[in-house]
Design a protein around this ligand. Structure first.
Ligand SMILES: Cc1ncc(COP(=O)(O)O)c(C=O)c1O
Length: 479
């Protein structure tokens, strides 16, 4: 049996549950005996144990958990890998805390996940934002150009990290990543990648190249998003030769992760690693056959178009004359639940199936046809919402923390030049934050805001734009 065929944590829990243990320890459900939940859930609870002798400890692993993490590192070609039981959120926070100290500069892609912004707040870091380019194919924010990263590093050579997201939620990969890794490393700066949506890239072609293989120093992946893992179950990998020390990350994970890590979740991570590490050529073929048949069937539905981003696990569906939100609603009505939707399209995350697994292809296609038919002719089609401003590098004065209470005030955005934003203002679409907390408000930003308002764009974040107001930091009396 090759080592990747092993599942040490799964095996450990199987053996333990088989021994008919009597529980006089936490958790209080006592191997599921005291729960009122249905049988399907109660069954799982016999694996929901704690750090008993022989069951190892995620925070000081010496037995099966350690072996499982070593198998994970070997499967992904990492120097060291960690199980995350608090999602990629915990991984993103830990890598940022490990990389910088209060006041340090950090270069970060503007359209990052909120866990990245929260990490910057916790670390007290001062971000330098790099705007992504707009991706016309997926009608969504794409990636930062390598030249923009170079510019940011030239302006802030003291930066302690460059933080990027790859791939995007919509399955677009950065064509510049290995180039950016070289630029970062030439400057002695670690490249940290939030690869929450790319744990399956390890399979290789036709899936995109993983960020770790392209030179990232630290990579965080939500195993639960694309692999068969339970919600929250995630991985963090530290590269061989990483500019960021794995021990520092370990230290912060010890702080950020629960002191009672879920054993079912660790078993699920062990199983997900096994699943991906044993993915064969035949499995790839089975997945591609399924995908091809699905796309062909969807293409035949009148009024529906299918967009294929870089990641073969993702598809975008658009219905003529209808918003993606209406399409998603009609699909849900037919029992097909999609991942997210926006004014243009709805996003499907396909099952990463292996040979022989059933995927209800006929049912899916029949439901899609019924859904589109139920929509009828429509007039909701949206013009393309490209960002009004050009990608740029902008530095914030402090961490992107919303200041509570007296330190902020609402003012007319037209009179906000030179003030510091105290909140996020995000035109959606395109979904690239226009203002972030502690960011100086420039004339260019005010002009861009005018454009979005004139175009009738919706806004996310904290704002009162219906009465032209935004939240800014109060100026000190002497200012
Ligand atoms: C790009 C990105 N990063 C990080 C996260 C957080 O991941 P998790 O839910 O595993 O904590 C998400 C979640 O949607 C995400 O989309």
């Amino acid at each position: 049996m090759s080592s990747q065929s092993r599942r040490p944590v799964v095996h450990m829990l199987e053996q333990f549950a088989k021994s008919d243990p009597l529980s006089f320890h936490v958790p209080g459900h006592k191997n599921g005996n005291l729960t009122g939940l249905p049988e399907a859930v109660r069954g799982m609870m016999s694996w929901d144990v704690t750090e008993l002798p022989g069951l190892d400890d995620l925070h000081a692993p010496e037995g099966p958990i350690r072996e499982a993490q070593e198998l994970l590192a070997a499967a992904y070609g990492a120097h060291r890998s960690f199980f995350l039981i608090n999602g990629s959120t915990a991984g993103n926070l830990a890598m940022i805390l490990a990389a910088c100290r209060p006041g340090d500069r950090v270069i970060v892609q503007r359209n990052a996940h909120k866990s990245i912004f929260n990490g910057l707040v916790l670390a007290g870091a001062r971000p330098v934002y790099v705007d992504p380019a707009w991706d016309a194919e997926t009608r969504s924010p794409g990636h930062a150009e390598a030249e923009l990263i170079r510019e940011a590093i030239e302006m802030y050579p003291e930066a302690k990290a460059v933080i990027l997201t790859n791939p995007t939620y919509y399955g677009k990969v950065s064509p510049h990543l290995s180039n950016i890794a070289d630029i970062c490393h030439d400057a002695g700066i670690p490249l940290l990648v939030d690869e929450a949506h790319g744990a399956h890239f390890r399979i290789g072609a036709p899936f995109p190249e993983p960020s770790l293989a392209q030179g990232a120093d630290v990579v965080v992946q939500s195993a639960h998003k694309t692999l068969p893992a339970m919600t929250m179950a995630s991985f963090l990998h530290v590269a061989h030769g990483s500019l960021l020390d794995a021990q520092r990350i370990d230290y912060y994970l010890g702080m950020l992760q629960s002191s009672s890590p879920s054993y079912p979740m660790m078993a699920s991570l062990d199983d997900a690693r096994h699943y991906i590490a044993t993915f064969t050529e035949e499995d790839v073929k089975a997945f591609l056959d399924y995908r091809k048949t699905l796309i062909m069937g969807l293409d035949e539905v009148k009024g529906l178009s299918v967009i294929r981003p870089d990641d073969p696990l993702k598809l975008l569906l658009r219905a003529d004359g209808h918003s993606g939100n209406s399409l998603a609603e009609a699909l849900a009505h037919q029992g097909v639940h999609t991942e997210l939707s926006d004014p243009y399209q709805t996003l499907l995350v396909l099952p990463l199936l292996k040979k022989g697994q059933d995927v209800h292809l006929g049912e899916t296609l029949a439901a899609a046809a019924r859904a589109v038919k139920s929509l009828g002719p429509g007039k909701e089609a949206k013009e393309l919402d490209e960002p009004f401003s050009q990608p740029a590098v902008t530095a914030a004065d402090g961490p992107p923390a919303v200041q509570p209470g007296n330190s902020t005030e609402w003012i007319d955005f037209r009179e906000s030049e030179g003030r510091l934003s105290a909140a996020s203002v995000i035109p959606y679409p395109p979904g690239i934050p226009l203002l972030l907390p502690e960011e100086p408000i420039t004339r260019e930003k005010i002009r861009t805001l005018h454009h979005y308002l004139a175009a009738g764009t919706a806004f996310q974040g904290t704002h009162r734009l219906h009465i032209q107001q935004i939240l800014v930091s109060r100026q000190s009396p002497e200012a």
